[in-house]
Design a protein around this ligand. Structure first.
Ligand code: SF4
Ligand code: SF4
Length: 381
């Protein structure tokens, strides 16, 4: 992939043209993953055909609330981000690291994991591309690269989808992470599904993307259609929620004892949902498991969360025993110490932690309260 910062000629592709995309990718050896409806949510799964996409579905999101509902059209990408992110594939929630067998001939360490698929991601939003960049920095480009992430991340073919609507929980625009995908994609689609039309304005961001686009029966996109597509994305930049990031690192460092931490601690259930759904959270724990015969042992890595007491358990106790200390750790890491560690914010403004928090805790509101502005939530202590 390459950056496409400058203007790029765009093509228009019909629904029938788009139907070719999954087979074209499969023919090149990719396993295509993308959005589909399951269990009342839009999740990311392996896709085999265009009909697997969530045609005609959209979502309603607010703090602590997510519902699917039918759209009046058959748009394939007429929803915002759901509970899962692409870290499901790149940084899986559980993975076996080592598998050991002992028999009469001795101990054998087996390489349990088969090579990961060659992924193509279909339907990646701008905030999600930004989140993958954040995880690349942490898991690939820091002092030690994670071999699991590296093997899965290598050569992913990215099909971005430009957002033409923002959920009330989105604040990517204020984090400079969306709604327009500008880089790190092979193809970027803007869907137009109205007035009897169902079209995709497509831009290629790499030679591999251009090659596939040529096989999707592209037509030249007129300036008027390109402008219409651009205006739809610009409308998605008008977002209800914002985060004021000016001086946020120092703001949080200087407010360790702000009374707002007690306020949020009284509501937080320490359920860890926010860290599970967050596309940039990366913390894990490693567990060894053996059977009673002593002939079989496994080492597993699974996602962990700074919201559990066990996460900071050392020398017979937890470093962060209170809810207040754990929420403060999460938010201060995400928005302040992440900058010191990795040179960027750990938040891309996707809004997942707001939607999927059962207590409706809103990170933008918590920042505003610490800054001294008015808190807008009606949720009381
Ligand atoms: S902290 Fe919340 S809004 Fe920010 S990237 Fe994580 S889930 Fe998205
Ligand atoms: S902030 Fe919300 S989602 Fe996160 S741990 Fe607390 S209750 Fe759970």
């Amino acid at each position: 992939m390459q950056n496409s910062a400058g203007p790029v000629p765009r093509a228009v592709v019909t629904l029938e043209g788009l139907r070719r995309l999954i087979p074209l990718l499969e023919r090149r050896g990719y396993q295509v993953a993308g959005p589909t409806v399951r269990d009342g949510a839009i999740v990311y799964e392996t896709l085999k055909k265009l009909e697997d996409l969530p045609a005609g579905w959209t979502d309603e999101q607010e703090a602590g609330r997510y519902r699917l509902k039918q759209r009046e059209d058959a748009a394939l990408f007429g929803y915002n981000v759901g509970p899962q992110s692409w870290k499901k594939f790149l940084h899986p929630s559980t993975i076996e690291l080592i598998h050991i067998e002992r028999n009469g001939e001795g101990v054998r360490v087996l390489n349990q994991s088969s090579p990961p698929p060659h992924y193509a991601f279909l339907g990646v939003r701008a905030c999600e591309l930004a989140a993958i960049r954040v995880q690349d920095r942490v898991l690939l480009e820091d002092r030690f690269a994670d071999p699991v992430y590296a093997s899965r991340r290598r050569g992913v073919f990215m099909v971005a989808v430009q957002c033409t609507r923002a959920a009330p929980t989105c604040f990517c625009a204020s984090m400079q992470c969306g709604p327009r995908a500008r880089q790190d994609f092979d193809l970027a689609l803007t869907e137009i599904a109205d007035k009897g039309r169902h079209l995709f304005v497509v831009e290629a961001g790499s030679a591999a993307g251009a090659e596939i686009l040529r096989e999707m029966d592209p037509r030249e996109a007129s300036p008027a259609l390109c402008q219409e597509a651009d205006e739809a994305v610009e409308r998605a930049a008008v977002q209800t929620r914002q985060m004021d990031t000016a001086g946020i690192r120092d703001l949080l460092y200087q407010n360790f004892e702000h009374p707002r931490w007690d306020h949020v601690a009284a509501r937080c259930l320490t359920c860890a949902n926010c860290t599970m759904v967050c596309p940039t959270c990366f913390c894990t724990v490693v567990e060894d498991v053996s059977d009673v015969t002593g002939s079989h042992a496994e080492r597993w890595r699974r996602w962990d969360s700074c919201f559990t007491q066990a996460f900071s358990y050392i020398h017979g106790g937890s470093v962060r025993p209170s809810v207040k200390s754990r929420y403060r750790q999460w938010m201060t890491h995400k928005l302040a110490s992440w900058i010191d560690q990795f040179g960027s914010s750990g938040c891309v403004g996707c809004g997942r932690c707001i939607t999927w928090c059962p207590a409706g805790i809103d990170i933008t509101e918590e920042v505003r309260a610490i800054r001294g502005g008015s808190a807008t939530s009606s949720r009381a202590l």
